[in-house]
Design a protein around this ligand. Structure first.
Ligand code: FAD
Length: 411
């Protein structure tokens, strides 16, 4: 049993780990340290409501009183520079240190930088933190022409919001479809079509050659095809990199993320890693993954707290994710990795449909557009291990699932 736990990172994972440690009965010293200056907040609204609301207010993860009440020594605006493993302490830039005998790395991820001249011009932004969102809000006010580099979730969410607010928005995506790394092709096609209908110009299979500016301020983006697109504001959303430097310098096993076992332990047993920064083996597919979602951050934090309080459990949470792009609610449950058969419920023409992915004949994942009931059912089916036959997709799966549950309960 450990007496002094330090958590690095005040995002979704770090804050949940602190709360869960107390819920699990941990009574020792508990510090939560992060380099963000703001009271920990929800990140998803930063690319959604925060940009739309006339008076945006950050949504805090926990009220300020929580930290004091739970005996959590919250240290904001503090960057950890190094882990002194033999000394079991964290070192800060000013030379001060913080002792631990259990350490949780919840260091998250950061926007992948655009390796191009012009990427540092004024008006070229990325979006990760509340501070970034405040800048984006200010700059979008007088930006008529906007270019979004990268057709991922964050880029498309912002593109839809800005287009709805009357800006001319162009999305430049290097792959042949938007959301190419994260959803199946029919969903990409639907999202692209819908965004185009709402006035967003989408260029796929096109790169960015350079970003042009005048007097240090962005003016235009030139594509690899030589097209010049005027831009007062450029949002770069080309993915995220795990913050692994701290762990790597301390000799922990790193591979696009901090490698952890099923109990969230890194290659050094007294150090755990969770959330966007952690890479783990997903039970269902066998694939090693690093997931960037609130669900994963929250559930791994809960499991880490169990591990640190003496339990030996395996991370089995069903991954799920959502994104709101214009009038589309995208929801994913499970992982499509290795999917070998897909069946559709609903119709894209109705603007409501779901794709059910099967792997070796068993349900692996469900991706939905504006069909929240399918998503909720999918999460329950995946969690309980029920798989409908692919041919049954489109029938009453809920009734089928309930019959299966009843039969299982009776046996
Ligand atoms: P983070 O939230 O990134 O927190 C890590 C913290 O650690 C950061 O504050 C970082 O600065 C800090 N840190 C790193 N290194 C150090 C150090 N050396 N010293 C001190 N502090 C350090 N997910 C969804 O499921 N649905 C969504 O709709 C969705 N929308 C999103 C929209 C936006 C704009 C963003 C940015 C993310 C969104 N996500 C969404 C993803 C989700 O927010 C992340 O998966 C989640 O925040 C991960 O939590 P985390 O605690 O692992 O990392």
């Amino acid at each position: 049993m450990v007496d002094r736990i330090v958590i690095v990172g005040t995002g979704h994972a770090g804050v949940q780990a602190a709360a869960s440690l107390r819920e699990e009965g941990f009574e020792g010293k508990l510090s939560l340290v992060g380099d963000d200056d703001d009271l920990p907040y929800h990140k998803p609204p930063l690319s959604k409501a925060f940009l739309k609301d006339s008076e945006p207010r950050p949504q805090v993860l926990r009220a300020e009183a929580f930290y004091e009440g739970a005996g959590v020594d919250l240290r904001l605006g503090r960057r950890v520079e190094a882990i002194d493993r033999p000394g079991r302490r964290l070192v800060f830039a000013d030379g001060t240190a913080l002792d631990f005998d259990g350490l949780v790395l919840a260091t998250g991820s950061r926007p992948r930088p655009l390796p191009l001249a012009g990427a540092n011009l004024d008006g070229v932004l990325s979006l990760r933190s509340l501070a970034d969102a405040r800048v984006l809000r200010t700059r979008m006010a007088d930006a008529g022409d906007v270019v979004v580099i990268g057709g991922g979730f964050i880029g498309l969410e912002v593109a839809a919001t800005l287009a709805a607010g009357g800006r001319r928005v162009t999305v430049i995506e290097a792959q042949d479809r938007v959301l190419g790394r994260v959803v199946a092709a029919p969903i990409s096609a639907h999202v692209a079509r819908r965004l185009a209908e709402s006035g967003v110009t989408i260029l796929t299979g096109v790169g960015v050659a350079r970003i042009e500016g005048r007097d240090g301020r962005v003016e235009a983006v030139e594509t690899t095809e030589g097209r010049r697109i005027p831009a007062r504001l450029v949002l770069v959303g080309i993915g995220a990199l795990a913050n692994t430097e701290l762990a790597g310098a301390a000799g922990l096993d790193i591979a696009n993320g901090i490698r952890v076992d099923a109990g969230m332990h890194t290659s050094v047993p007294e150090i755990l890693a969770i959330g966007d920064a952690a890479r783990f083996r997903h039970e269902g597919s066998g694939a090693e993954v690093r997931l960037e979602s609130v669900q994963n951050a929250t559930d791994q934090a809960k499991l880490a707290a169990r591990s640190l309080t003496g339990h030996h459990e395996t991370y089995r949470a069903v991954p799920w994710f959502w994104s709101d792009i214009g009038d589309m609610k995208l929801q994913m449950a499970g992982l499509t990795t290795g999917s070998d058969r897909v069946a559709m419920a609903g119709k894209p023409e109705d603007h409501r449909f779901s794709l059910f992915h099967f792997r070796d004949g068993r349900l692996a994942a469900v991706e939905s557009v504006n069909r929240p009931a399918d998503h909720m059912l999918a999460r329950r089916m995946l969690a309980e291990g029920f798989s409908p036959p692919p041919e049954a997709v489109g029938d009453d799966l809920k009734a089928m699932f309930q019959n299966w549950q009843a039969a299982r309960g009776a046996s």
